[in-house]
Write a protein that binds this ligand. Structure first.
Ligand code: PEP
Ligand code: MG
Length: 570
């Protein structure tokens, strides 16, 4: 039995078999063969095994994600059976080359040919050939390619990293948790784990080296502890721990239909963050007061092209209708940073978190932005829509983005298409420049929503993804608390409501401070909503206010944490 530690990013306890998502070793030796027929038969067998595998994946993908998304696998089967390519491999085998080398040489020739073409669509086919030939090579070598879309029993995924799009595809029926080598508390895969309600530990640095595929693993998403090959006694202990965690969750259910109100009667809103329309269900079952952040970029991921206006309209309408008049704050496309859209073919950047992303891209590639805005405006009549822009650094950006909404609204209205006239337009305050001039934004926006995930990384210059600087990523740093106070005061001075949709809004230690500072809306992962409502119901805002002056004068994040734990947590 061995144990390790990582950063606990999504609570809960999981006990299951490790499923290691590690790049398979597809290396091989080039050799000459004597029995050509036997080698061709070996190739044919590998082709039929690969075809079966692809058909299975295609059926599964069709079931889960629909025909459109499964079409790529049909294309891969066609490529695999391409008579010209197979004939070329067989010619090389007939010349005495082993099947692996023959495949490699032919595939490489096709890949280089497609990559050299002028047309972007043809260039993309090179990636398909690489994919199919690797799968075929794996069958020739008898190596398994990990594929978490075909799970049939409970597992804990172990990976170096999980991209947000990989995380979104995990099937929680079988995936009971995940462990990664890299990442931090506010990496998007960690945020998604909380949205999906599965425990996760990230930033372990060594998980993929220490945990073998198929080993029994315990993952404690509260403490960050990972135990490999546990004894019977340890399993028993963690089974109990899991049960009591689940019982605690059960006890919170009583808060589902209660109002979000402090012990001294101060009302706030506790809303939920979503990435996909399905996530709304968990916000509703957790009794959320609304959706405080819809990360729409997830609608653009795991596909080959941009979602069109109609597709987006249907999704926004569905979310608004499901929320039955409760507020739904939709954030416009926030691509970039750790969220990539390969089909946009954006230039690679040395510093993507400070690069061409989010509103910067939307204001430059306006047609992408306008499609989303039109879809939102058309959907607005089905509920209580609010729109906000991500990564705003200057007033000019806010004004330009708002102007586009007004222009599109005008065009729709003159075409006789109904648009709600009570849509609030706000922005995320997640860049220090915007925080410092929040008073100027508050004069022109209907609301401000504090994005602490980014605000912290930009204020402390500590990459939110990098476990080596995780110690600097300090939500309770006095600079952050003072910035938050400035933003809330600025909003209130101009009669605007101020929300927070970064992870800090659901943080037990930050909550008393935020309540005392007068935050109006707390938006968080569904799994934190009831816990937060229970905590707030026991806090007196007035009493908390008497601590705030002292708290804001404390010098370090750990002083703040200690002060809150001793004086403000009930
Ligand atoms: C934030 O930065 O706080 C935020 C909510 O946006 P995201 O985590 O998607 O960057
Ligand atoms: Mg952000």
């Amino acid at each position: 039995m061995l144990d390790y530690h990582g950063i606990a990013v999504s609570s809960g306890v999981a006990i299951a078999t490790a499923y290691c998502l590690i790049e398979p070793d597809l290396s091989f030796e080039q050799s000459t063969i004597s029995d050509v027929n036997a080698e061709i038969k070996r190739l044919q067998l590998a082709v039929s095994q690969t075809k079966e595998e692809l058909q299975e994946i295609q059926a599964l993908a069709e079931n889960k994600f629909g025909k459109d998304k499964a079409a790529i696998f049909a294309a891969h089967i066609l490529l695999l059976e391409d008579p010209e390519m197979l004939a070329a491999i067989e010619v090389k085998i007939a010349n005495g080359v082993n099947a692996e080398s023959a495949l490699h040489e032919v595939a490489l020739m096709y890949i280089q040919m497609f990559e050299g073409m002028d047309n972007a669509y043809m260039q993309e086919r090179a990636a398909d050939i690489r994919d199919v030939s690797n799968r075929l090579l794996a069958h020739l070598l008898g190596v398994e390619i990990p594929d978490y879309s075909r799970l049939s029993s409970d597992v804990i995924i172990v990976a170096e990293d999980l991209t947000p799009s990989m995380t979104a595809q995990l099937d929680t029926k079988y995936v009971k948790g995940f462990i990664t080598d890299i990442g931090g508390k506010t990496s998007h895969s960690s945020i998604l784990a909380r949205t999906m309600g599965i425990p996760a530990v990230v930033g372990t640095k060594i998980a993929t080296k220490q945990i073998q595929h198929g080993e029994k693993v315990i993952l404690d998403g509260v403490t960050g502890k990972i135990i490999v090959d546990p004894t019977k006694e340890v399993i028993e202990y963690y089974n109990k721990r899991r049960n009591s965690y689940e019982q605690l969750e059960q006890e919170l259910v009583q808060y589902r239909s209660l109002k979000s109100i402090s012990a001294d009667g101060f009302a706030i809103e506790i809303a939920g963050n979503i990435g996909k329309p399905e996530d709304v269900e968990r916000i509703i079952t957790s009794g959320g007061d609304g959706v405080g952040l819809f990360r729409t970029e997830f609608l653009y991921m795991d596909r080959q092209d941009l979602p069109n206006e109609e597709e987006q309209f249907n999704i926004y309408r569905q979310v608004l209708e499901k929320m039955q008049g409760k507020p739904v704050v939709v954030r416009t496309l926030d691509i970039g940073g750790d969220k990539n859209l390969p089909y946009l073919k954006l230039p690679s950047e040395t510093n993507p978190f400070l690069g061409y992303r989010a509103i910067r891209l939307c204001l430059n590639e306006q047609e992408i932005f306008r499609v989303q805005i039109r879809a939102l405006l058309r959907a607005s009549v089905y509920g209580n829509l609010k729109i906000m822009f991500p990564m705003i650094a200057t007033l000019d950006e806010f004004r330009a983005a708002k102007e586009i909404i007004l222009e599109e609204k005008g065009l729709l209205s003159s075409a006789g298409i109904a648009v709600s006239d009570s849509i609030e337009i706000g922005l995320m305050i997640e860049i220090p420049s915007a925080a410092i001039i929040a008073d100027l934004f508050a004069q022109e926006a209907d609301f401000l929503s504090i994005g602490t995930n980014d605000l912290i990384q930009y204020t402390l210059a500590a990459d939110r993804m990098n476990e080596n600087v995780a110690y600097l990523y300090q939500p309770y740093h006095p600079a952050i608390l003072r910035l938050i106070k400035m933003i809330i005061d600025a909003g209130h001075k101009h009669g605007k409501w101020v929300g927070m949709c970064g992870e800090m809004a659901g943080d037990e230690i930050a909550i008393p401070i935020l309540l005392a500072l007068g935050l109006d809306e707390f938006s968080m992962n569904a799994s934190s909503i009831l816990k937060t409502r229970a905590q707030i119901s026991k806090l007196s805002k007035e009493q908390l206010e008497s601590h705030i002056e002292h708290l804001l004068m404390l010098s370090t994040a750990s002083d703040v944490e200690q002060y809150v734990c001793t004086h403000l947590i009930v």
